[in-house]
Ligand binder design. Structure first.
Ligand SMILES: [Zn+2]
Length: 381
């Protein structure tokens, strides 16, 4: 999608690659109906239409341009029809920036009980009240269209890791078939000026399968592509190897999203493979457990060594928390189980991630990603 004229299907959207780095990393900009997203971008996770512990104003102040929200959770509670009637997810949660919704597949396969998968879709029980539901590729998109996120994902079959090759091949084939049906459903019921639909490359840890799956998916001609089923315990080198194979088959002019990554020191590795978008619960979930990311590595705020420590979390961090509060105070809040601990810890961790992304984009602009990566990994490992 270098321009809307070349791809009228995606009239409300534009993806531009502005610079490339010798590593293969891309500096880009994704234009959406809810503002531009500078890429490579990290998307904080707002599972139930909220990034836990942060107000929408906080997120704006942090410079968040795009959030991820979970279709599975919103479908079960409060329900997509209610959100649609209240004007869609942006209006409901009062978020002016871009939103991406997943298909719900990952949660159905990881959280819910009594899953029965067929070519038609997947039957599952709600983790909230045990009620039975059926999710098909068409149903997932019906829900995502009602929610109205800028980017919507197709339903994919997420399998246990590791899985044997035959099982992985079967799931990848089913995912491809679901992608075809999703594209058809979106062509009939979706609005390409309002929402952009991404296909998902599967194939587990089998390189040939990843290659075949990516090639077949590209034939379906999605405006953007995700790489799924990675960072699920296979080891970082394998994650990179599989992501590299998939990314190498995807069209250069379309955005690429690596789902569910990653650790701060790994992010430059993914970016170097030509990945434009990422999401991960790590900064927010870790914050709630008192694990704070700093330029010198992780800091566990509960530790007794911080009881009298008057320094900020990270002396090189410019976030509102580091400018105001001491480790001693944050340690006290955490040890006392105060709400404010989660709020402040989350704020710092999101700032830390977004700051890495800003520095990565600057590094790509000057063709210096390799140096940035080496320096970052030397400090954080
Ligand atoms: Zn900070």
């Amino acid at each position: 999608m270098s321009s809307s004229a070349e791809n009228p299907e995606a009239a409300g959207f534009k993806f531009e690659v502005l610079a490339t780095d010798p590593t293969g990393a891309r500096l880009g900009r994704l234009t959406t109906p809810h503002g531009a997203v500078d890429t490579p971008a990290f998307m904080p996770v707002g599972t139930a239409a909220t990034v836990k512990g942060q107000t929408q104003q906080d997120l704006e102040d942090l410079g968040v341009q795009i959030l991820l929200s979970n279709t599975y959770h919103l479908y079960l509670r409060p329900g997509h029809e209610l959100i649609r009637k209240l004007g869609g997810l942006h209006k409901f949660m009062s978020w002016p920036g871009a939103i991406l919704t997943d298909s719900g597949g990952f949660q159905v396969f990881s959280l819910s009980e009594l899953r029965k998968v067929s070519d038609e879709g997947v039957t599952f029980r709600s983790h909230l009240d045990g009620s039975e539901h059926f999710l098909s590729p068409e149903k997932a998109l019906e829900v995502e269209i009602a929610l109205g996120a800028d980017i919507v994902m197709v339903l994919d079959e997420c399998i246990e890791a590791p899985s044997a090759e035959a099982r992985t091949r079967e799931a990848a084939a089913r995912t491809l078939n679901w992608a075809r049906r999703s594209k058809e459903y979106f062509a009939q019921h979706g609005d390409p000026a309002r929402q952009m639909i991404f296909g998902i490359v599967q194939g587990g840890t089998y390189g040939e399968l990843r290659r075949e799956n990516a090639d077949a998916l590209v034939e379906l001609d999605f405006p953007g592509y995700a790489i799924g089923g990675l960072a699920v315990g296979e080891g970082h080198a394998t994650t990179c190897e599989m992501a590299a194979i998939a990314a190498s088959r995807l069209p250069a002019e379309r955005p690429r999203y690596l789902m569910g990554v990653g650790k701060p020191e790994q992010i430059p590795d993914y970016v170097a493979l030509g990945i434009d978008m990422m999401d991960c619960v790590l900064p927010t979930r870790s914050a709630r457990h008192g694990c704070l990311f700093t330029a010198q590595g992780r800091l566990l705020i509960k530790n007794a060594q911080y009881i009298r420590d008057e320094r900020p979390i990270d002396e090189s961090c410019g976030c509102a928390v580091c400018r105001r509060y001491s480790r001693a105070y944050l340690r006290h809040l955490y040890a006392s189980g105060e709400f404010l601990a989660t709020i402040l810890n989350t704020h710092h961790n999101i700032y830390f991630y977004l700051d890495i992304m800003r520095k990565i984009r600057d590094a790509i602009r000057f063709g210096k990603l390799e140096k940035f990566r080496t320096d970052l990994q030397a400090r954080l490992k």
